[in-house]
Design a protein around this ligand. Structure first.
Ligand code: ZN
Ligand code: ZN
Length: 353
């Protein structure tokens, strides 16, 4: 069954798929359903699985080539044009993605627009074989870049220089781009989970957290490793060991039928026993695919239950304010009896120069 037909099977009324407004590689949901990469497209899917694709002149040639949809070329102001076409009809829209101005354009044109959420995302959460193959390739490319990075000199280079090295290496190795801004966080900078690389030269004796990923075939990889620059104090290598124990417990917990919050809880046991539960302030992981953050999620408040074909990150971290941070992350595929790691690069504490 096509992706559009599988979406249609979930619908009680037509759904206008029109967002998120822009991500790398075009609007994720429209791209997932049609293959079209566009920053200004919408797809109306009817419960009988017929579909209409709307976009403007800039994407028209490629939109015309999309099979099994009726193509309508619109003016640049997409939602106003769609509103005119759908006036008087009742349609569902993606409330998490459609900007308020877009909603107003539909409503002003006389469309009865009703909110819906998570429909395309629920399909995207379960990867098919071709998606899994792409994600394995993206993971393997991450392994290559991390292995090369471990041979690089860190001392004396800035976090920003290393971030650029990572991004350039991904592109030179054939990636379409990076899946998010690379995190290179040395010493105290790493006490912020989403640190911004800075201009200070890296000094020996600290931990450096590297969180980076690429996009390949439209799919994201996501991997974090923490390195030691030269000799580090025992307390820092112990911090790394504690995080690794938590990460392995998280991996062991991930499998079909497992609640997102249960996998998250499994990863907290050792860190809490070490008295550092307060320093692990984020969830265990998130889904990944055409976007770097998607369903399902592994967090204390998650209501998701894992199933084969889900791809999730397993990434506990420990963050000591003004001091140090450590995080270790693999992206994994949920299988029939557990999970398969998509990133294989070693998780031992590697010492770099
Ligand atoms: Zn990451
Ligand atoms: Zn992640």
């Amino acid at each position: 069954m096509t992706r559009i037909a599988r979406l249609a099977a979930l619908l009680e009324e037509p759904l206008l798929v029109a967002g998120p407004p822009y991500v790398l590689g075009g609007q994720a949901n429209v791209r997932y359903l049609t293959g079209l990469q566009s920053s200004n497209a919408a797809l109306l899917v009817e419960p009988d699985a017929t579909a209409t694709l709307f976009t403007d002149f800039r994407y028209a040639a490629r939109a015309r080539a999309v099979r099994n949809v009726t193509f309508v070329e619109t003016a640049r102001n997409l939602l106003t044009a769609i509103g005119e076409q759908l006036s008087g009809r009742r349609i569902a829209f993606e409330e998490a993605h459609l900007p308020c101005a877009g909603y107003r354009a539909l409503a002003d044109a006389g469309v009865e627009a009703v909110p819906a959420s998570g429909l395309v995302e629920s399909l995207r959460a379960v990867k098919d074989e071709s998606e899994i193959a792409s994600m394995r390739r993206a993971g393997a490319l991450s392994d290559e870049i991390f292995a090369a990075l471990a041979q690089e000199r860190f001392t004396g280079r800035t976090e920003r220089e290393l971030a650029w090295w990572i991004e350039r290496s991904f592109r030179e190795a054939g990636a379409e781009g990076v899946s998010f801004d690379s995190v290179v966080a040395a010493g105290a900078t790493a006490s912020s989970p989403h640190a911004v690389p800075g201009d200070r030269p890296i000094e020996p004796g600290v931990l450096v957290t590297i969180d980076a990923g690429c996009v390949l075939d439209g799919y994201c990889s996501d991997c974090t490793r923490t390195f030691a620059v030269g000799d580090v104090p025992d307390r820092l290598s112990e911090l790394h060991a504690l995080c690794l124990e938590a990460q392995l417990a998280g991996l062991a917990a991930v499998g079909p039928g497992v609640h997102g919050r249960a996998a998250d809880a499994a990863s907290r046991v050792s860190i809490e026993a070490g008295g550092l539960g307060w320093a692990y302030g984020h969830g265990l992981g998130h889904g990944g695919g055409v976007q770097i953050h998607e369903a399902p999620v592994l967090r204390p408040e998650s209501t998701d239950v894992l199933e084969p074909g889900n791809v999730v990150s397993v990434e506990p971290g420990i963050y000591l304010p003004d001091d140090a941070g450590v995080r270790i992350e693999d992206l994994v595929l949920v299988t029939a009896d557990g999970c398969e790691r998509l990133t294989q690069f070693t998780k031992e504490l590697l010492t770099v120069e």
